[in-house]
Ligand binder design. Sequence first.
Ligand code: GLN
Length: 378
Amino acid sequence: PSSKLPHVGTTIFTTIGQLAREHDAINLSQGFPNFDPDPALLELVSEAFKKSHNQYAPMQGVLSLREAISEKIERLHGRYYHPESEITVTAGATQAIFTTIAAFVRQNDEVIVIEPAFDCYEPAISLFGGKIVPLPLEGNDFKMNWSAFKSAISPKTKMVIINTPHNPTGTIWSESDMLQLQEILRDTNIILLSDEVYEHIVFDGKAHESASKYPDLATRSFICCSFGKTFHATGWKVGYCAAPKSLMLEFQKVHQFNVFSVNHAMQVALAEYLKDPQHYVNLGAFYQEKRDSFLTAIKDSRFKMIPSGGTYFQLLEYSDITDEKDTAFAEHLIKEHQLASIPVSVFCTGPYDKKFLRFCFAKTDAVLEKASEILNSI
Ligand code: GLN
């Protein structure tokens, strides 16, 4: 049979992960912490299993978890999402993103994607016959060009996907970015898919700018978030999305036949744990310390760096070392230096010749020290 996704191969996270294992490399490629969640959360999970939450959860998610999510968003961003009709718990943010695209994108609809972009957006858009309209971030500091964005909008634009804090560049959008976005989308019917999975990992005293904070964005937005990133539990695959009722209704039409519902016991535990803001408000400071010690350790290396503004990723620029394409250089680092990273070109559908690799610093100090030694030796 002919492929529905002829241009799609295996995701970089699987291929690089495998190569890293084959070469026994230190793995700073796929974004996940190499340490465990808070023991208090693990205890809540084991209690939840014992209390026999072992059958299907409600389709939209456990109500107490949706209530805790609603309270959190309202406290942080000032917008109320009704727990009964405006929040869905998903199998990770990736499912929330996929389901949003599935629910709205039709044949020949255009979807504006700001590149580099996380690799799950494009295949989902293509699968439903949508056309990706890539908009490149500019310069080595990956700045948004708002007039180019405005020109990219056409009568066929169905959706715009944004991501702040941004994977892979570690840039964050300011209030002024959000206001410009709001202004450009005003008086359109464009849906905004806002990937906010790194919402709590923002550095240097800045604030996360959620689309939910901007009334004219919020009414058109799906806010997609991840407990994996926030609670060091990427393997649990639990996330959520929030959207106004009429949009969420369409989302749930797909969600119910896609996954139906998500891991029940995990949701019960997360509902309890999420109630205490202390469990996530210090995450930025926690990762900022890791960013800083990593960058200090490699400051005399031949890599160039602009400190990450958010996420647990740091880009390193290597043009002083080699002219090689990033995919070749990433492979070289794994095979010859036993250090794995992600080449940034894999996050682009269009031509891309910048020289950046992405390193995940959600790792213990010992691992970051070893990685730094390698980077200093190159
Ligand atoms: N978000 C993770 C990253 O960027 C990867 C998740 C995945 O492998 N799908 O590294």
